[in-house]
Design a binder for this molecule. Structure first.
Ligand code: BYC
Length: 328
């Protein structure tokens, strides 16, 4: 894209059509788009929407797991969980930074989340009732995240694709720690095994829904796939997750709460029962079990942390003033 006009150039109508055609050809050939390249306004907006919502999901996702840091069953489990939750904060930061390259500020994105104008993943509106939920999140939610994010590593927008590569590496560790918690519970006492099954029963369907609405009802998919932001559709990714997870559940000795789950020899995939899309849209609209609590906590964290930002800004200004004085 280097020979093309940089962002901020205002082309006339004919130039704009030529730029758009060149842009489409570039991304169709799997070319990368960088922050200073010309891009269609709708491409920029789509990326801001998706990357910021992805960042919000990482940051809000710290809450359900953070809920168990003080109650982790051993020092080792506590240290691992703390590290995982810190990783999620880091993922949020890489993603906010990637979105900022598109000309939106961190404050604008945060306001949109807190004022309910931006979404975050439906999955984080479910409560973590027992320690087994921490295992289920690591195993199932992070597995789902990896399936989705591996495809995003090839996203046409360079800063997003590069952030995804690092995030996926960290998510693999998260997935293993979740599976290991589930393994310990499944090989433990009868009560521990029941706790693991109960977590499976509550998390399975919300995780299946995490991939978003079915392709036929996914308004953003067609354009995002054309722009190579998405390389695989919501249903393709959902199917890949189900196919890889069923054998893992069998290994753990956990039942999947879907009486219609069945291997389909002809398709070479598992068939599943009907997904309750009403529940999904209800949660996305803000009416899930924890939506209010999640946003309220985020708002409180921002408000209570404002003095830290003010102090950092005041300190920076003091340093600059000193340098100016010394240079004078
Ligand atoms: N929840 O046209 P569609 C993590 C919305 S973090 C809520 O298919 P698109 C982790 C969608 O935004 C995981 N809303 O959209 C963190 C759209 O509404 P808008 C987060 C959802 O963008 C901590 C509308 O439904 N991962 O794993 O083409 C600890 C129609 O959908 C959801 C990402 O964010 C949902 N589940 O495809 C542990 C990945 N699904 O925006 C783990 C990046 C859909 O038009 N995002 N909607 O108002 C993506 O890959 C895509 O944005 C999606 C949706 C596949 C999620």
């Amino acid at each position: 894209m280097s020979e093309k006009p940089v962002a901020g150039t205002v082309p006339d109508e004919k130039e704009a059509a030529a730029l758009e055609a060149a842009f489409d050809a570039h991304v169709a050939a799997n070319g990368k788009v960088e922050p200073r390249d010309w891009m269609p306004e709708a491409y920029r907006k789509t990326l801001i929407r998706q990357i910021s919502q992805h960042a919000h999901s990482e940051v809000i996702g710290m809450q359900p797991e953070g809920n168990w840091i003080t109650r982790a069953p051993s020092l080792r489990r506590k240290a691992v969980l703390l590290a995982k939750v810190q990783d999620e904060a880091g993922h949020g930061l890489y993603l906010y930074a990637a979105a900022e390259t598109l000309g939106v500020s961190r404050d604008e994105m945060e306001d949109a989340l807190i004022e309910g104008r931006a979404k975050y993943s439906s999955i984080f509106n479910y409560p973590t009732l027992t320690w087994a939920d921490i295992g289920a999140i690591g195993w199932l939610v992070d597995s789902a995240a990896i399936v989705n994010q591996l495809a995003l590593c090839r996203c046409s927008y360079g800063p997003y694709a590069r952030a995804m590569i690092r995030i996926c590496k960290e998510e693999s560790f998260h997935q293993r720690q979740g599976f290991e918690i589930m393994m310990a519970l499944c090989n433990g006492s009868g009560e521990q095994k029941r706790m693991a099954q109960d977590a499976m029963d509550r998390w399975w369907w919300p995780v299946v829904m995490m991939f978003g609405p079915p392709d036929a009802n996914s308004p953003n998919s067609a354009q995002s796939m054309k722009w190579r932001i998405k390389h695989k559709s919501n249903d393709e990714l959902r199917q890949a997750f189900i196919d890889q997870t069923v054998p893992q559940a069998e290994k753990l000795g956990l039942a999947i709460p879907d009486p219609d789950l069945k291997w389909n020899e002809a398709r070479g995939h598992y068939d599943i029962g009907e997904i309750d899309w009403e529940e999904f849209f209800n949660v996305v609209r803000g009416n899930g079990q924890c939506n209010e609590q999640r946003i309220e906590r985020r708002r409180a964290a921002r408000d209570e942390g404002l003095w830290v930002c003010d102090a950092a800004l005041a300190y920076g200004e003091k340093q600059r003033a000193r340098k100016r004085r010394e240079a004078a």
